[in-house]
Design a protein around this ligand. Structure first.
Ligand code: P6P
Length: 338
């Protein structure tokens, strides 16, 4: 068997761009962090780190020991490259400044969710890390420097800690997936140029929220459930892992649509997923793989952030399904306006 290309070799083969030196260094540090996070998760039950803490994050979610452990691993591994000027994490209220001596080479911003789906970690279901890279115009970044639309992202990716540990990312030139050989300590290119099928027969949503959804989403799901007996004239399958990274990875591999729509369960929250470190990075990846990603009303990547931890409704995946959902939202808006 021909030895597959490892991450360093892949990055060295990339066409030179203004960001390639910075991205090569940063992706190396991110990969290192994800290897350490994989180990921390895999041994969490042995080291006694599967429990919850007394603390809550800014989301009002009880933090797990591994939320903080993985956050600290990610911050520590990514603060010395010289390219990262500041970071932001789901687990930390404010931005994380990088020490002056460590930011001599560039003003890149690293935004991340260190352990997405962490409620799954103690029941041994796949979880992940999601990251997004932006560039700051300011050598001493403040919060405002982070509030850029998703179209400004330079790189976005995730690590999936599943039956295998994978690193999947885009720098705007397609999506590539790498699988970790834990013995060698190397990520090898195993999923080159990932593409999402335009059509699908699989949707992912938390059905228990059905009564809280807006009409266009209820209509779309109703039609999926009617299957061959209804408007869609084909049967659908449903999945819900409650781990966005696992859902998006499945969609990259075999198509599908993932929804976490606006629901009136918590009216103050415009959906559950966070724009800066869940919706935006995953939308960049999905679009680079030929899919689409929308709030129902607006392309996710065009949303102007107003806060580091703001939430947005999300529907992403196979382009023709997302476009159907957008059309249903438009019809609903037109009907409302009469
Ligand atoms: P629910 C994990 O907490 C997360 O942010 C996403 O990874 C996941 O898709 C969603 O929330 C699951 O939410 O309400 O089904 O537990």
């Amino acid at each position: 068997m021909v030895q597959p290309v490892n991450l360093d070799q892949f990055l060295a083969q990339q066409v030179e761009s203004e960001h390639s030196q910075a991205l090569t260094s940063m992706l190396g540090d991110i990969a290192f962090a994800c290897k350490r996070i994989a180990t921390a998760i895999n041994t969490g039950a042995i080291t006694g780190n599967m429990g919850s803490l007394a603390s809550e994050n800014i989301q009002g979610e009880v933090q797990k020991a591994l939320d903080i452990i993985t956050n600290d691993i990610f911050v520590e591994a990514n603060q010395t490259s010289g390219y990262v000027a500041a970071m932001a994490s789901e687990e930390i209220d404010d931005i994380i400044e990088v020490a002056e001596k460590y930011r001599q080479k560039g003003n890149y911003l690293l935004v991340f969710d260190p352990l997405d789906g962490s409620s799954n970690v103690n029941v041994n279901i796949s979880v992940g890390t999601i990251f997004s890279v932006l560039k700051s115009a300011n050598s001493h970044p403040v919060l405002a420097d982070f509030l850029q639309t998703g179209t400004a992202q330079i790189c976005a990716g995730y690590a999936l800690y599943g039956t295998s540990t994978m690193l999947v990312f885009t720098t705007g030139k397609g999506v590539n997936g790498f699988t970790l050989d834990a013995e060698a300590g190397e990520f090898y290119l195993t999923h080159a140029n990932m593409q999402i099928a335009a059509d699908t027969q699989e949707f992912a949503v938390n059905m228990s929220n059905y009564r809280f959804w807006q009409e266009p989403v209820q209509r779309y799901v109703d039609e999926c459930l009617l299957g061959a007996d209804g408007e869609r004239e084909k049967d659908f399958n449903m999945r819900w892992v409650a781990s966005m990274v696992a859902e998006v990875h499945r969609i990259l591999v075999r198509g599908g649509v993932f929804m976490y729509p606006l629901d009136t369960k918590l009216p103050a929250k415009a959906g559950k997923l966070r724009l800066m470190y869940e919706a935006n990075p995953m939308s960049f990846i999905v679009e680079q793989a030929g899919g689409a990603s929308s709030s129902g009303i607006q392309r996710i990547l065009d949303i102007q952030p107003t806060g580091l931890h703001q939430r947005v409704p999300v529907m992403m995946g196979s382009r023709n399904e997302v476009e159907r959902l957008i059309a249903y939202h438009q019809l609903d808006a037109d009907n409302q306006s009469f």
